[in-house]
Design a protein around this ligand. Structure first.
Ligand code: PEP
Ligand code: MG
Length: 884
């Protein structure tokens, strides 16, 4: 006998998510702890994977399904397809990681021309029976038979119009019966076959479709975005239906045990009286707040609150619950760990740790570091007194400005070039592509748990949902708010933290670290081993970095100091024909450089500041060759300004002389210092003079002078020797002592391979993993991402973009070798990383494991790096799994 592929709810538990999916495993767990769960069973992900590879359900699976079904039938004394006592079931997808709305679900399965009448008789509610029947025919036909939903919807709309009514609920039993008959005819016409009447056949087809929906387009896109492996497959749960739409003592809803937008510790949710679950989630009717359940059904409310508390204690996390009330009885249909916004994740983790429900270590591990981005997002600047044009629900926090676009298809066409706000009546899972390219989402209908809200929160995109004060006309692609009409391309701003919508682009203010985020990061600092520094080139960024917790500057790119008003002097320096002439220009640059460093040293008081000497090819400071050619041609044609023409021709000649076929592999980095030592000599003079100046103010300074793009030890030896002499001269002239260091960037494979030769001449190494990735892969960092890397990742040739996440197998191997060789040759040498990877949690984890001293990243990523570094330290201490 092969392995078990079907589990009754009482046979599984919450640990079996791999096999039973999150939904299935949690249904089992709730059953086992005695909560009111309608009986059912789960078909495993193994069976799904087998089905997908076979292209049909595996042999014998339906026998197992029928056996499990028999148990459910026995428990309820009902049978699938039995006209005397019919059982109806739901058939739902559910993978290990929740993918809200991305896969298929079928409700009310088991209805046919015979059972619908018995349901009408048994419930004494003909309208209810035919309402369920018409929903089932439509759902089954769309999902299983691939008949477009619109065919059914148009028919229903036409009927409502001929009856002169607007709401579904205004259509009576006999008309719904007629509608069901018409739906059956649509099926016959569209598929060429009658609608399957045999409920066991229906079940078999539905299970097959649920499995196949693992590979529908939106599920694939969602998995890619959320990094969920394609190989997992979905489980399929089959559960006895309970009905929230049998009258006013019925209802259905979804709730979170805490507010997943803000983290507030209060039951948060929505429900609808006399409705089925899909009505709440689809955002078709705007539901009532859960608190209103207390007034309408106080006992049920109390029972639900207790269940919520119990589940939160049991899972030790915020729970997302789905429930249905059938004729005054509460049933739990789903529970899962609730997806939450970044701000909520932080608040919940800190409060749960403070309450002793989880440890501080767990609190740190609970927050995905990148989610801190949302707390570091700019907020709307309320001091400007801007008035909103409308207010909806604050469904996903953060402010976003962009141009309106009214459908996902157009959003995709308009692309990533401009910021977009996707404005919809309501979103559905097919909108996922449009949502991914948008900066914000605004919907007219739907609640906090509508599809738009859930997906936006998952992606960290600001969202205002259920904004009834606007009117979205999807035919004319316009939105009106009061007397104002907005069309595609008009600017609006949404504030997903307050629910406000504004016309135009509204200014924002920067975030600060306070409250629970400060607490969590404080805890994180107590656990991490890696230091965290920032890449900053000016005093403002340096000050921000310190505010965000940076312990030093890991990379100050000095070339950024040569733009704006300094550019003409820089150009003069580059164009100088003689060393003397070059020194004249450099002498003019010196005070500017000194002033920059003074500001940075002051901001970074007593913290190390790594300053990299000039790195990029010099032509980057000159006008572009193509522009000059154009200008010279124009001057020649006009012929009225010979002096200007001569000057531009001379410049063109110089630029032509400096052109390189591969500037990234050309005259840059340490090579510049060798050819034009006077440039870096002036830089080092400026650094030392600034250090002495600030030191005299009583502020400790720790400059670290870094030489870029070294590939051979002799390059470093040559330059360092010259620069040491400069340092000694400046110190002697000023009769000062400064605690300075010399080190090098490691950004070429040859430097890694010969790190043992280089290390004795460096007091520190800093991995420039941008260049190291470029030179290891042979991918141009300027072109690869735009030209071909997306195809590589889409087609799975590379798992991720190696410029975003460090390639451990290749680049990482070089880093590891460097660490080992460097440490052996120069024990205690400091090693850090300053490429973009220094702010990426997965790469930070690698840096921790390989034993680097610190990571350095942009100031805004410093908090993320602090948290990621703590998580790495904790993960290497204990093995803890974190819920997705
Ligand atoms: C690097 O190459 O990783 C680096 C930090 O330097 P830059 O990006 O300035 O080349
Ligand atoms: Mg570099």
């Amino acid at each position: 006998m092969s392995t078990k592929r079907v589990y009754l709810f009482h046979e599984g538990d919450a640990t079996m998510r791999d096999l039973l999916g999150g939904k299935g495993a949690n249904l089992c767990e709730m059953t086992n702890i005695g909560l009111p769960v309608p009986p059912g069973f789960v078909i495993t992900t193994d069976a799904c994977r087998e089905s997908l590879s076979l292209g049909r359900l595996p042999d014998g699976l339906m026998d197992e399904v029928r056996a499990a079904l028999a148990e459910v039938e026995k428990a309820l004394d009902k049978r699938l397809g039995d006209p005397n006592s019919p059982l109806l079931v739901s058939v739902r997808s559910g993978s290990k990681f929740s993918m809200p709305g991305m896969m298929d679900t079928i409700l009310n399965l088991g209805l046919n021309s015979a059972t619908v009448d018995s349901i009408a008789r048994l419930t004494d509610n003909e309208r209810f029976a035919y309402d369920a029947y018409r929903r089932f025919i439509m759902m089954f036909s769309c999902v299983v038979l691939n008949i477009p939903k619109a065919k059914f919807e148009q028919r229903f709309e036409a009927m409502k119009e001929s009856l002169g009514v607007h709401q579904d609920t205004e259509v009576g039993a006999s008309d719904l019966r007629k509608l069901s008959e018409e739906f059956l005819r649509i099926v016959q016409t569209e598929s060429g076959k009658p609608f399957p009447d045999d409920p066991v056949k229906q079940l078999e087809m539905a299970v097959g479709s649920v499995f196949e929906s693992w590979n529908n387009e939106r599920a694939i896109i969602y998995r890619r975005k959320e990094n969920i492996p394609d190989a997992l497959g979905t489980a399929c749960s089959v559960q006895a239906m309970v009905f929230g739409n049998m009258g006013d003592d019925c209802g259905t809803g979804v709730a979170f045990t805490r507010d997943v937008a803000t983290g507030e510790n209060a039951l948060y949710g929505e429900f609808l009286v006399n409705a089925q679950g899909e009505d709440v989630v689809a955002g078709i009717r705007t539901p009532l707040k859960i608190a209103e359940l207390r007034d309408k059904m106080p006992e049920i409310y109390q029972q639900f609150v207790e269940i919520g508390q119990r589940l939160e204690q049991h899972y030790r996390d915020v729970m997302d619950l789905e429930f249905t009330i059938e004729k005054g009885r509460l049933f739990m249909l789903q529970c899962r760990v609730g997806k939450r916004t970044g701000p909520a994740a932080v608040r919940i983790a800190v409060e749960m740790a403070n309450d002793g429900l989880i440890s501080r270590e767990e609190a740190i591990l609970r927050v995905e570091p990148n989610r801190l981005n949302e707390l570091l997002h700019p907020r709307i600047d309320l001091s400007k007194g801007e008035r909103p044009i409308a207010k909806g629900l604050p469904a996903s926090p953060g402010a976003a400005s962009g141009v309106c676009v009214f459908n996902s298809h157009r959003a995709e066409e308009m692309g990533k070039g401009q910021p977009l706000i996707l404005v919809r009546q309501e979103t559905n899972p097919d909108d996922i592509r449009g949502m991914l390219v948008s900066k914000g989402i605004l919907t007219q209908r739907g609640g906090m748990t509508s599809h738009a809200a859930v997906v936006a929160r998952g992606f960290g995109v600001p969202c205002v949902a259920g904004c009834e004060a606007i009117n979205v006309d999807e035919d004319s692609d316009t939105m009106t708010a009061g007397s104002k009409t907005f069309k595609e391309g008009d600017w609006i701003t949404i504030d997903g933290s307050s629910g406000a919508v504004y016309a135009g682009q509204i200014p924002t203010v920067a975030a600060e670290i306070s409250g629970q985020m400060a607490t969590l990061l404080g805890w994180a600092d107590g656990f991490r081993r890696l230091g965290v520094r920032a890449n900053a080139d000016n005093p403002t960024d340096a000050a921000r970095a310190v505010e965000f917790g940076a312990e030093g500057i890991g990379l100050c790119r000095t070339e950024h100091m040569f733009f704006q008003d300094r550019l003409p002097i820089m150009q003069h320096m580059i164009l100088a024909e003689t060393e003397d002439d070059r020194r004249v220009a450099l002498a003019k640059l010196l005070p500017f450089q000194r002033e920059d460093f003074v500001g940075i040293f002051r901001a970074m008081a007593a913290k190390p500041v790594t300053i990299r000497l000039l790195d990029p090819p010099l032509h980057e400071f000159l006008p572009q060759h193509s522009e000059l050619v154009e200008e010279v041609t124009e001057l020649r044609v006009r012929g009225n300004d010979p002096a200007k023409l001569a000057e531009r021709e001379a410049l063109l000649e110089k630029v032509e002389g400096m052109r390189e076929a591969n500037p990234m592999l050309g005259l840059r980095g340490v090579r510049l210092s060798i050819l034009f030592p006077e440039i870096v000599e002036v830089q080092v003079t400026a650094i030392l003079e600034a250090a002495i100046h600030v030191q005299k103010e009583g502020i400790e300074v720790l400059p670290e002078i870094m030489i870029p793009l070294v590939g051979h030890v002799n390059e470093l030896k040559f330059v360092r020797e010259k620069l040491e002499a400069v340092v000694q001269t400046v110190l002697a002239q000023n009769d000062a002592r400064v605690d300075y260091k010399f080190g090098t960037m490691i950004e070429l494979p040859r430097a890694c391979l010969t790190a043992d030769e280089i290390a004795p001449y460096a007091e520190f190494f800093s991995f420039g993993t941008n260049d190291l990735t470029q030179t290891t892969f042979g991918f141009s960092r300027d072109d690869a991402e735009g030209k071909f890397l997306e195809r590589y990742t889409d087609q799975g040739i590379l798992p991720v973009n190696p410029f975003a996440e460090l390639d451990e197998a290749g680049v990482g191997k070089l880093v590891k070798m460097t660490v080992e060789l460097g440490n052996a040759a120069n024990p205690g040498i400091k090693m850090g990383i300053c490429g973009e990877h220094g702010g990426d949690p997965a790469s930070i984890d690698f840096c921790h494991r390989v034993g680097l001293t610190y990571v350095s990243c942009s100031p805004f990523r410093v908090p993320i790096a602090r948290l990621a570094a703590a998580q790495s330290a904790l993960r290497s201490r204990v093995s803890v799994t974190v819920d997705k």
